[in-house]
Design a protein around this ligand. Structure first.
Ligand code: SAM
Length: 227
């Protein structure tokens, strides 16, 4: 049984896809998709030996080794041209790490037309990477599970570049107009946190910095959305 978070990532993997799940840990996501005949092939990439062995163990235990392969590799280097991967999932990491992984081996994304990403924090930097690499956000989800809030970003390769406003990058072009209760609660917390950070910076009586300006700009954006 997958968590609601991983099940939601899985929902956006096209039927019959050839998937690379990067940072797969136990390979729960590709294993579930393979068991449900949702994918035709999958690679579970892991950079750390322990999780890589977990993935291998899970794949063997479930008898999925015809469809799934675990690879010990850093980021997208788990993808080999012969895999003909068309969909990449990256879940359960910070946005800056997801961005780093996407940036490090761009040639491995040749042939990939869908990305399903679940950054735990720093979603804006992931959306910014997408707009710079001709991936258009086609769906987003926000959900709360076990006291955490998760955002899932689905993006498809497009021929013409897309650009997002500062508000769309921060809040998400689909999540922003929807303003779900989970979304509102997240940004109320984020507003409080940012206001607290600003007051600490002001109490420290250091000269105004770029951090302070960025925090004030963020507060203004959040207040605008919650108004
Ligand atoms: N994707 C699973 C999920 O969402 O439940 C596991 C998330 S787990 C918190 C993050 C995993 O990413 C860890 O197992 C870690 O070893 C792996 N990881 C971190 N950096 C990586 C990289 N550069 N390449 C591949 N895997 C990486």
């Amino acid at each position: 049984q997958l968590s609601q978070r991983l099940a939601t990532v899985g929902e956006f993997v096209p039927k019959g896809a050839r998937v690379a799940d990067i940072g797969s840990d136990h390979a729960y996501l590709p294993a579930n998709l393979a068991l449900n005949h949702r994918i035709s092939y999958g690679v579970a990439g892991e950079v750390v030996a322990g999780p890589f062995h977990n993935a291998q163990h899970e794949i063997n235990k479930l008898g999925l080794s015809d469809i799934l392969t675990a690879r010990l590799a850093d980021g997208l280097s788990a993808i080999e041209p012969a895999d003909r991967i068309d969909t990449v999932t990256i879940a359960g990491m910070g946005g800056p790490l997801i961005r780093h992984i996407l940036t490090a081996n761009p040639e491995r994304l040749a042939g990939v037309n869908r990305l399903v990403l679940e950054p735990n924090v720093g979603e804006a930097t992931v959306r910014d990477w997408l707009q710079q690499h001709q991936f258009k956000i086609t769906a987003e989800r926000i959900l709360s599970e076990d006291g955490h809030t998760y955002e899932i970003i689905v993006a498809d390769k497009v021929a013409t570049p897309v650009t997002y406003t500062a508000a769309e990058l921060l809040f998400g072009p689909f999540l922003l107009p929807e303003k779900s209760p989970v979304f509102i609660a997240k940004w109320q917390r984020e507003l409080q946190r940012t206001q607290m950070a600003v007051s600490h910076m002001q109490q420290a009586k250091v000269a105004p910095t770029a951090n302070l300006a960025a925090a004030n700009a963020k507060i203004e954006l959040i207040e605008g959305v919650l108004a």
